[in-house]
Design a protein around this ligand. Sequence first.
Ligand SMILES: CSC[C@@H](O)[C@@H](O)C(=O)COP(=O)(O)O
Ligand SMILES: [Zn+2]
Length: 201
Amino acid sequence: MSGAELAGTAAGLYARGWLEGTAGNLSVRLSGDSALITASGVSKGRITAADVVEVGIADSRPVREGAPRPSAETTIHTALYRLSPGSHAVVHAHPPYATAIAILSARRGADTVTFTDLEIIKGLGLTDPSKVVVPVFENHAHVPAIADDVTERLTADAPPVMLIGNHGATTWGPTLEIARNRMECLEALCQLTLLVDRTAA
Ligand SMILES: CSC[C@@H](O)[C@@H](O)C(=O)COP(=O)(O)O
Ligand SMILES: [Zn+2]
């Protein structure tokens, strides 16, 4: 897995309007103990292989001196890699419908959103695709506090998708393509829910 592949996937999500401004971050696991993640504060629509940083999964810090500043959300990515050894990619984006559901959930004080009986749930790779309970995390200004909540709340068999209240969505999986597909499925679930008013939060 290379920085060029991360940049290509990021450009595709940017083109869909899911990474507005400098929003979003993507990473891939390089080995058991490090990951390649997008640099912070750059447009993911035009990043290149030079705009990625190798960080330690244990400490979330750049492996090499002089590297660009890694994503502000690095601690969330590394928390997910520690939680889920079979996961090799994490995608964070601000897709409009998922973000709208995240905003509505935060307003209601809901810490989960439940989707039931929608075919697209199958795209999340769950054992039982009849229902998915998606966790909603508080959007702490101090990002490591979100990562701490992830570590505290999620188990290794949690669905590979989460929302961050008033903010956006994060998905993960065994490959970058699968993590990206899961983001598309989560966005579709949120869009359908808002279209037909089936919100079960
Ligand atoms: C454009 S502001 C969004 C950021 O605060 C953050 O949520 C985000 O998605 C991108 O952060 P980054 O540090 O560039 O990886
Ligand atoms: Zn974000």
